[in-house]
Design a protein around this ligand. Sequence first.
Ligand SMILES: [Mn+2]
Length: 451
Amino acid sequence: MGKQPKSETSYANRRKKIIKQLKGEAAIFPAAPHFLASRDQHHPFRQNSDFFYLTGLTEPQAVLFLTGSTKGPRSVLFLRERNDDDARWNGERIGIKRAKRRFDVDEVRDITQLENDLPELAANCSVLHYAPGCNPVTDPLIWRLLQNLSGPRLNFPHTLKDSRLITAAMRFVKDRYEIQHLKHAAGITAKAFLNFLPQAKLARSEKHAAQILEAEFARCGAHGLAFPTIVASGRNATTLHHEPKLQPLWKHELVLVDCGAVFQGYCADLTRTFPVSGTFREPQARVYDAVHRALHDALDKTKPGSTLEIIHAAALRAITSGLISLGILKGSVSDLVQREAYRNYFMHRTSHWLGLDVHDAFPLLLNNAPIDARNHPLEPGHVITIEPGIYLDAKDESVPVQYRGIGVRLEESVLITTGGCAVLTAHVPTAREDIEALLAPQTVISREEKR
Ligand SMILES: [Mn+2]
């Protein structure tokens, strides 16, 4: 075994942790397949998060086999052998020889042997861990492995368990390498957003604005996008996942931008809402301030021992009290929260987990006991978003007319620390005055400096 870089050790440690749990069982983790976009064109390749978490390999057509059985190899990585012809068109693959040096697995085999080798590898395992439905190439292979016309055999796979029950529990708390990558992804996102802000008014359309921002991501060293960038001008911001269109950014309206860079597979998630003109109009400012208050009330509850439910409750109270002061709801905050009167105006949750997936995996089982992740105490190494919003539909007659069509969301990526939390996207301010200052034309500042 040669000396390996530190990140390889952490992948190897994760595999060992799974092997330890697999007493007389086996687990199969396939790489993501290529998905066809049109004719002979594929969607950009995006590695399966669990496979990446356990190998760091970004190639398709690979499968990781792990078992706790002591008869035969405990870890086998199947992947494509090198091929000069294919390399001419599609670039180099790692290949079997180099993979043996890089990965601390018992064996590396050619992916073309997979179907032939599986029955022998899994022979002494009654339970097979596998995530069905994620890979149309390996699914039928697993089905054939389980098939036995004469009936089940005790010493052969006969029980299928979802492998995501294992990986979700492991991915829940991030280790220090993951935290480094998440911090870097958030740092890139924030820096790119700051570069983008003064350029926003030059955008010819929502789509153009998204591409200006994405160019800044690339400039700051992002590997990709955590999700399709949302740029929503005016009333489009009341559609939660609005897809940027060729329409211009309306001059006197707010624009909502929800975006995230990926670094080394890890996602960031940031939302800001700002006036294209550089100045909030009065009704916009009032909605904005209500969301800003909710963001801060939620962040105050973001610390070890708290829960997503507690954080959400704090945001709900602030949003509801904001809706009362806007004249949209009437009554007492606690009664309105109880009745979920906010639902027409704030219809999503305040937080989701963040990691290799932007809506990251969270466990249903922890140490074999069922858990409710929303009510599970937060601990250092958890990474979540805080993202309250108010969305006032343009046709909603329960909303005073001056507020109709205003949508505001503010979102931070947050790491739970021993002392509380670290807002990883804090580099982009959220206070209304600070956003206006960032949008103020440079020429004005230099003129003032001259005086
Ligand atoms: Mn989010």
